[in-house]
Design a protein around this ligand. Structure first.
Ligand SMILES: Nc1ncnc2c1ncn2[C@@H]1O[C@H](COP(=O)(O)OP(=O)(O)OP(=O)(O)O)[C@@H](O)[C@H]1O
Length: 249
């Protein structure tokens, strides 16, 4: 499988705290990769460094382009997207308008047409995200009328609508019950089957070990393991640092 994203020795220091210590990771095209670890292990810091929201050393390459020095908006435009822990939707906007906010970079001619008609055409990426994530029926619904699982799915779609090739998801299953989490996992699988590459950070081990192709494990800023979900379930280092006991398949 071709790598679409690689990091080499990604390192972040917050004062004297080495929050991320030389993390080298790769994501293949159309691959769902998990990143897990105890609280404070550096998972969000890794996403922040990867997407340019915190200062780091090391190297980030997306689809052959070195983004190490790129600003966050430049990385996003190149196709490196993210969601935020605990992000909220815009409550006064329909799902369609929430997606538009994430997506919209119209051309001049589109802008002119929108001014005349008062309507915006959805981007191809937004249309694809809606279909793959099964949101067609709720496009005109307001967030308060959605289930918690649907709201999380819209948040993922909003990030995808910007045209992400690789999307980093920071705890998308937080606050979901096990059925909703399972449903979200199925949606994420549809996305990768459609060609998007995903990095999934979550504490829901059932979700991460159930849907990911490969999983990396962070502890105290360092990678301590990488492997298939089965290998991670059985890894003594991971059991000691994080899982406590083997997670049943
Ligand atoms: N903006 C910041 N300034 C200073 N220290 C920070 C900052 N953000 C994170 N840290 C520290 O960096 C380390 C890694 O934190 P991070 O939030 O990345 O961990 P995490 O694995 O995402 O944790 P959690 O599972 O609780 O979300 C922690 O020691 C944390 O206190």
């Amino acid at each position: 499988m071709n790598d679409v994203l690689t990091t080499t020795d990604l390192t972040v220091r917050y004062g004297g705290n080495l929050a991320l210590d030389g993390v080298s990771l790769r994501i293949g095209a159309g691959e769902l990769v998990g990143l897990i670890g105890p609280n404070g292990a550096g998972k969000t810091t890794f996403i922040d460094a990867l997407t340019g929201f915190t200062r780091s050393t090391g190297r980030v390459v997306l689809d052959g382009t070195d983004l190490t020095r790129a600003k966050p908006h430049q990385r996003a435009r190149r196709g490196l997207g993210r969601t935020w822990q605990g992000a909220e939707l815009y409550d006064d906007l329909t799902v369609r308008d929430n997606l538009d906010v994430g997506a919209h970079r119209p051309t001049w001619s589109q802008s002119f047409r929108e001014l005349l008609t008062g309507r915006s055409a959805p981007s191809p990426a937004a249309t694809a995200a809606v279909t793959l994530l099964g949101l067609d029926d709720v496009l005109d619904t307001f967030p308060e009328d959605l289930s918690q699982g649907q709201r999380k799915t819209v948040d993922v779609a909003r990030a995808l609508a910007a045209g992400s090739q690789v999307l980093c998801l920071d705890e998308p299953a937080a606050g979901l019950d096990s059925d909703e989490s399972l449903e979200l996992g199925n949606r994420l699988r549809s996305l990768v089957d459609g060609g998007t590459s995903l990095l999934l950070v979550d504490h829901d081990m059932g979700l991460v070990l159930g849907v990911c192709d490969r999983v990396y494990v962070l502890d105290l800023g360092r990678l301590i393991a990488e492997g298939t979900p089965d290998e991670i379930r059985r890894s003594p280092a991971v059991i000691e640092a994080y899982l406590g006991e083997e997670v049943p398949a």
